[in-house]
Design a protein around this ligand. Structure first.
Ligand code: 5AD
Ligand code: SF4
Length: 439
């Protein structure tokens, strides 16, 4: 028997990259690779990169620099760059970094085995095509390997929205949805392997329109079909654009009990002038109205969002509009960023807001968001939630899981196992998590 080769993957960025890293690992398991947690004993190192914000490429180069010594010691070590930086700057990476053996863009992961073979034979390999064939079809799961209770499942990829700040339409390409039957097969397989909660992923997941048994299905249809799978207890989806939140999907929040009452719906800014400059194609008011409709459908809905401060031409007044929108909507969690000009996107060419103003606004924005988050989390004390337990906590006898609202919840009790779904009474709200007792 040949000894297995070891694969170290370092994943940056979004949950889709996490999913992709799993698929890449599975694709290479067919070539005799087993995963390792340490680059030091790896035969292949893959960086799965993210290009969404600042210094993406620099981070990749500095990470590569750290492997120089390793590569000198082990000439057989192969080093690859995958993900969105690979897609955007693959050729440049090949030119600047002779130690890189292979570059592979997100749409070509199914070709990894061939690229790996090429690299092993001493040639350098680059693939940043947007191929015709369906990569998911060629990226089969390792049969029956057991899984933890939660999993990501990519159902849609790419984006046609072209927000003026965003590289996604360029790095991930046009919107493509996987056929519903494939998604359902993958979901059933995950459930058989122990998964109880699936988060459907897409850059613009609510624009999902995959081939179903009777024509195109929207995301709501897909969610109802997934909810029919015995043993699958929870469904989530991320991330969405407000304009693709159709009536069916809003209703699903009322009608489908397996769809969790937590929604990540980015708005980015609260000023109509800035939203227009961002090419978001909605207004602050239409977003607020949409949130009201969603909360009518599911009154306990927790919402989360993304915000950008310091977008070109954002004034103090525009920024105040963002703060006001946040006060109106009330977010249970949020992600906020300073605008970072991305090469090749329209807004990168415009006059920029000074860095110190960006910093100042980000601080004020985050102060408001953390205060809201705190208040909403503290308000959970005394309430009954359902918790899907995932893993042991730090203290003896403790287990950690997630509430339906995605709060981390700690419980100390005998006989709890990962995968258990239990009712819990919240008794305390800590800095980043809740704790409670079984009911
Ligand atoms: N600068 C800052 N934030 C950005 N995002 C996307 N592109 C940029 C950029 N150029 C943020 C948006 C998006 C999240 C994934 O990242 O808020 O929703
Ligand atoms: Fe980027 Fe999202 Fe806008 Fe698409 S909808 S361009 S992924 S921010």
């Amino acid at each position: 028997m040949t000894t297995p080769k070891k694969l170290y993957i370092k994943t940056y960025g979004c949950q889709m990259n996490v999913y992709d890293s799993e698929r890449m690992s599975e694709a290479l398991s067919g070539e005799g690779y087993v995963p390792t947690d340490s680059p030091d004993d790896a035969d292949m190192i893959l960086l799965n990169t993210c290009h969404i914000r600042e210094k993406a490429a620099e981070k990749v180069y500095s990470e590569l620099g750290r492997y120089k010594g390793l590569k000198a010691e082990k000439p057989d070590l192969k080093i690859g760059v995958a993900g969105c930086v690979a897609q955007a700057e693959g050729e440049e990476i090949m030119r600047r970094q002779p130690m890189v053996d292979l570059v592979v863009g997100p749409q070509s992961y199914h070709r990894l085995p061939e690229l790996e073979a090429k690299a092993r034979s001493g040639e350098r390999a680059l693939d940043t095509d947007f191929p015709e064939e369906d990569k998911f079809e060629h990226l089969k799961s390792r049969p029956k390997a057991s899984r933890g209770p939660t999993a990501f499942l990519t159902v849609q990829e790419g984006c046609d929205k072209f927000c003026a700040f965003c590289v996604v339409p360029y790095t991930r390409g046009a919107e493509v949805s996987r056929p519903a039957s494939r998604v359902l097969d993958e979901a059933r397989d995950l459930v058989e392997r122990g998964v109880r909660e699936i988060t459907l992923l897409g850059q613009n997941v609510n624009a999902y329109h995959g081939a179903g048994t009777d024509g195109d299905w929207g995301l709501a249809r897909l969610i109802y079909a997934l909810a029919d799978i015995d043993g699958l207890e929870r469904i989530r989806f991320t991330t969405s654009h407000p304009n693709d939140m159709d009536d069916d999907l809003i209703e699903a929040h009322a009608n489908c009990s397996k769809l969790m009452p937590y929604l990540h719906l980015p708005v980015q800014a609260g000023s109509d002038k800035i939203l227009k400059r961002m090419n978001r194609q909605h207004t602050a008011e239409s977003y607020i109205k949409l949130m009201e409709r969603l909360r009518e459908a599911r009154p306990d809905l927790h919402v989360s969002g993304d915000f950008i401060v310091g977008f070109p031409e954002e004034t103090e007044e525009d920024f105040q509009d963002t703060l006001n929108l946040i006060k109106t909507v009330k977010y249970g969690s949020a992600f906020s960023f300073k605008y970072s000009p991305r090469p090749g996107t329209p807004a990168a060419e415009r006059p920029q807001v000074p860095e110190d103003e960006k910093n100042d606004r980000l601080q004020r924005l985050q102060a408001l968001l953390s205060q809201q988050q705190r208040e909403l989390q503290d308000a959970m004390v005394g309430r009954e939630v359902s918790v899907l337990f995932e893993k042991p906590g730090r203290q003896a006898g403790q287990m950690v899981g997630k509430s339906e609202y995605l709060h981390a919840v700690h419980v100390t009790a005998d006989g709890l196992n990962p995968g258990d779904l239990r009712k819990v009474r919240i008794i305390n709200s800590g800095p980043n998590s809740l704790s409670g007792v079984l009911i």
